[in-house]
Design a protein around this ligand. Structure first.
Ligand code: CO8
Length: 263
């Protein structure tokens, strides 16, 4: 598949999607979001895909938000459609069965932070900055930020950040639990790649079950979440990966997971 606004590279089951509009600090226009949807469609159908990494082209920005030039030219209906496209794309990203890691290499503002918030976790360069500055444009976050940021960093902290639009340096984002790890820019993709490879070596059935149990359980009460976990655990037990994992342990060797759903 040929892309213009993103670049997609697959290696050993790890798919790296790079937002590729460096002159506009990788801002999200409609064309980029449509390409991201196409990339997600192909990942959803790809049995060899294990982990997705998202990052930005250049050393300045992950994504500096929705494309303000395009946004400013929208009427109300077009803006709502644009917001809906962004929300749907980002929700689809969050719902991918395989883990998604954001490698935030610079500014992650507005829609850029909102994309990172929908990933399973975030590693950031020391030089990265996060923020939801929409309030300074007379707007509010429209790609899920009002919902996902409070769930991750807490209600009051999210309100302060959304009401002020303040930029948060990577170290502070790390301290508040927004970001899992911070490293020098030139080490970021290596660090993310190592974690992605560690995840990719695990069983696909168990990874999917763990991700779904966590994500779906967080939207339910504890009793419902525990039931979801039981069902997900049972699915794992029925899989060839669980047979291989337990057998490999008893035979004192490294497991070689097929990722098949049925034996
Ligand atoms: N959209 C379009 N172009 C952008 C964007 C953007 N979000 N951000 C930067 N650019 C462009 C600049 O216009 C500039 O272009 P040019 O060279 O042609 O003038 C180029 O990228 C470089 O930017 P700067 O010269 O501004 O670089 P600085 O280092 O001086 O500043 C900043 C970097 C601080 C990141 C600054 O560019 C900035 O503040 N950008 C805007 C950040 C922002 O407000 N993001 C939120 C956007 S709104 C949003 O994301 C809402 C999501 C929900 C939308 C719902 C849809 C309806």
């Amino acid at each position: 598949m040929a892309f213009t606004h993103i670049a997609v590279e697959a290696q050993a089951g790890i798919i790296t999607i790079t937002f590729n509009r460096p002159k506009a600090l990788n801002a999200l226009n409609r064309a980029l979001l449509l390409e991201l949807n196409d990339a997600l469609s192909s990942i959803e159908q790809d049995d060899s895909a294990r982990v997705v990494i998202l990052t930005g082209a250049g050393d300045k920005a992950f994504v500096a938000g929705a494309d303000i030039t395009e946004l400013a030219a929208c009427n109300t209906l077009q803006a709502k459609r644009f917001a809906k496209l962004g929300q749907q794309t980002i929700s689809r990203l969050q719902a991918l069965e395989i883990p998604v890691i954001a490698a935030v290499n610079g500014f992650a503002l507005g829609g850029g932070s909102e994309i990172a918030l929908a990933c399973d976790f975030i590693y950031a360069a020391e030089t990265a900055n996060f923020g939801l500055p929409e309030i300074t444009l007379g707007l509010i976050p429209g790609f899920g930020g009002t919902q996902r940021l409070p769930r991750l960093v807490g209600i009051n902290r999210a309100k302060e950040l959304i009401f002020t639009g303040r930029m948060v340096p990577a170290a502070e984002a790390h301290a508040m639990g927004w970001v899992n790890a911070v490293c020098p820019l030139d080490e970021l993709l290596v660090a993310v790649g190592k974690t992605a490879a560690a995840i990719a070596s695990k069983g696909r059935v168990a990874l999917r079950a763990a991700k779904q149990a966590i994500n779906n359980g967080l939207n339910a009460d504890l009793a419902t979440g525990l039931n979801l976990e039981l069902d997900a655990f049972a699915i794992c037990m029925a899989s060839p990966d669980a047979k291989e994992g337990t057998t490999a342990f008893l035979e004192k060797r490294k497991a070689d997971f097929s990722g098949d759903w049925e034996g």
